[in-house]
Design a protein around this ligand. Structure first.
Ligand SMILES: Cc1cc2nc3c(=O)[nH]c(=O)nc-3n(C[C@H](O)[C@H](O)[C@H](O)COP(=O)(O)OP(=O)(O)OC[C@H]3O[C@@H](n4cnc5c(N)ncnc54)[C@H](O)[C@@H]3O)c2cc1C
Length: 514
């Protein structure tokens, strides 16, 4: 093939955190990898961009996995493995909820404080609250007490089992369970069950009955254990540091490198083709693009794999999971006077429980400058807010209709944010508005989706696919693989993918990680 002057052990399509952790882990094990990113910066939904002196996070800004202890702090570990570290700023509160029926509550880093505030609001459920969040702690303890970096490799699983047999058995027990079923065992109050729904929805975009207990155990405990920590300089710094680490180890990343095809020969992945016609060969190809984009799983779309070679199980997966809605996001630069320094960084507004899963049903608001003022010019703050919105709302509009709809959504978001930050509209210095079309275009994600959600209630995490595919030498990584969305979750997926490839290349360390 032309255009392949260097030999790479693996080519990774996409520099989302899943792709970068795969690349950095492989580089740390001694492999030479090439990351191909179609955009101009790394990180995907976990990147940052700069405008007029402001640094805005593309998507993620509430970051788990940055603790110092245990095994679930995968972002800290992934950076350390390539000799990098992010300076982080601890957030004293995960987020503050503003819910119907004048129910507002902040989730403190301090576990007992949160539990006691929630119990004050629901005194009759005091015991149930302790039991539910206590069960989440048990799940977390299983996860955090063993170096579980791959679930696909039986030899590795056996080693982990000998190190931590009880934790392994504990995890196996929780794999097919959803958080809502556990909540219903202990809690009866309908409003409290709705609260558990929004606790799940804010990161899984699903109510508790469809949210796997493993993920809930992780999130509802890590926020009090390792805590929520913001990377100084913006979330994009995580990706930038992973790229530094990868390059220092002799591997490479190329930007504006749009992969249009995964080349197959004798039903094996042997290379990729870029939009400029260049072909690059490698014996291992990893796609950090979503499964819908990799395999063209919707009727209309052509994927990276030619239709005749798409494995049947991928179509089956797309019947089990559907793409969640995308978002309309606004990024604002505002006058610093507007926001008190004791205000919490992350907020969620729900005005009507019935609208939770609908278009514009939930408003997410983050003000990361409260943690890191260096993200804005002196005397200013940034506000990032978004609300779920489906691509179908935005397709087939004329230019004029599109612009007018954007302005309507913008006004809607400003009005809602003004409920917690009054007079916001008077103090805006800079604004950016992104629609599902923007997310689809700049993040290269099918329908601009946040990620896969179950089509119906499933057995917890069991149906989520791992990294190998039914095409030899082709792997997938990122949020359409086990265990799903979120930076720490895709970092797990990256570790697992690199482990699986590492065992094929025979470069894995025999010892379990410390
Ligand atoms: C608005 C929003 C808010 C969020 N908030 C949080 C949060 O607070 N905390 C949290 O933990 N998570 C949050 N998330 C989720 C989290 O950001 C994602 O789950 C995670 O970043 C997905 O990572 P990924 O590795 O799957 O890839 P992605 O981030 O999707 O990156 C994939 C990369 O691959 C590139 N690519 C795709 N196709 C090709 C191709 N053909 N050729 C070359 N390159 C290609 C893309 O350009 C992109 O850079 C949020 C997401 C969004 C959208």
């Amino acid at each position: 093939m032309k255009g392949n002057k260097e030999n790479f052990d693996a080519v990774i399509i996409g520099s989302g955190i899943g792709g970068l952790v795969t690349a950095s882990q492989l580089a740390a094990k001694g492999a030479k990898v090439l990351v191909l990113e179609k955009y101009i910066i790394p990180g995907g939904s976990g990147g940052s961009f700069k405008r007029k002196g402001y640094t805005f996070d593309v998507g993620a800004s509430m970051i788990f996995g940055f603790g110092e202890k245990g095994y679930t702090n995968l972002l800290t570990r992934a950076l350390k493995d390539v000799n990098e570290k992010c300076e982080t700023i601890p957030d004293p509160v995960q987020l503050e909820y503003h819910l119907p029926n004048s129910f507002s509550i902040a989730v403190d880093r301090e576990y007992e404080e949160f539990i006691s505030k929630l119990s004050d609001r629901f005194p009759q459920e005091k015991e149930g609250i302790r039991k539910f969040y206590g069960t989440c702690k048990e799940v977390f303890k299983c996860l955090d007490s063993m170096p579980l970096l791959s679930i696909e490799d039986p030899a590795y699983l056996l080693k982990v089992f000998f190190k931590a047999p009880l934790s392994c058995l504990g995890l196996a027990r929780w794999l097919p369970i959803n958080a809502g079923d556990v909540a219903r065992k202990f809690i009866k109050d309908p409003e409290l069950l709705k609260f558990i729904d929004i606790e799940c929805f804010c990161w899984s975009v699903m109510p508790a009955l469809k949210t796997p207990m493993i993920n809930a155990g992780m999130v509802f405990t890590d926020r009090h254990a390792g805590g929520i920590n913001y990377p100084k300089g913006g979330v994009g710094v995580i990706a930038e540091k992973l790229v530094n680490g990868i390059e220092k180890l002799g591997s490479k990343i190329r930007y504006k490198a749009n992969v249009t095809e995964i080349i197959l020969k004798d039903k094996k992945a042997v290379g990729v083709k870029l939009s400029n016609g260049e072909e690059i060969q490698s014996e291992i190809i990893v796609s950090n693009s979503t499964r819908w984009d990799t395999f063209g799983l919707s009727n209309k779309d052509k994927g990276l794999v030619a239709r005749e070679f798409v494995p049947k199980n991928e179509y089956k997966w797309s019947k089990t999971y559907k793409p969640s809605p995308s978002f309309v996001s606004i990024h604002l630069g505002v006058d610093g006077k507007l926001i008190n320094e004791n205000f919490n960084c992350h907020h969620i507004i729900v005005e009507d429980w019935e609208e939770l899963e609908n278009e514009k049903g939930v408003i997410f608001i983050s003000i990361p400058t409260l943690l890191d003022p260096s993200l804005a010019p002196v005397g200013k703050h940034i506000i990032h807010a978004f609300t779920p919105s489906s691509l179908s709302e935005w397709d087939n509009l004329s230019r004029v209709e599109y612009i007018s709809k954007k302005e309507n959504y913008y006004s809607f978001l400003i009005e809602k944010i003004s409920k917690i930050i009054p007079k916001l509209d008077k103090y805006i210095d800079h604004k950016e508005i992104g629609t599902p079309r923007t997310h689809r275009k700049f993040l290269g994600r099918f329908e601009g989706s946040y990620g896969p959600i179950p089509n119906k209630k499933l057995l917890g995490l069991l149906p989520m696919p791992f990294n190998t595919t039914n095409i030899k030498n082709l792997y997938c990584v990122g949020d359409s693989c086990f265990p799903g969305q979120g930076l720490n979750a895709v970092a797990f997926s990256g570790y697992a993918c690199a482990h699986k490839i590492g065992s094929k290349l025979n470069i894995n360390d025999f010892k379990l990680p410390n």
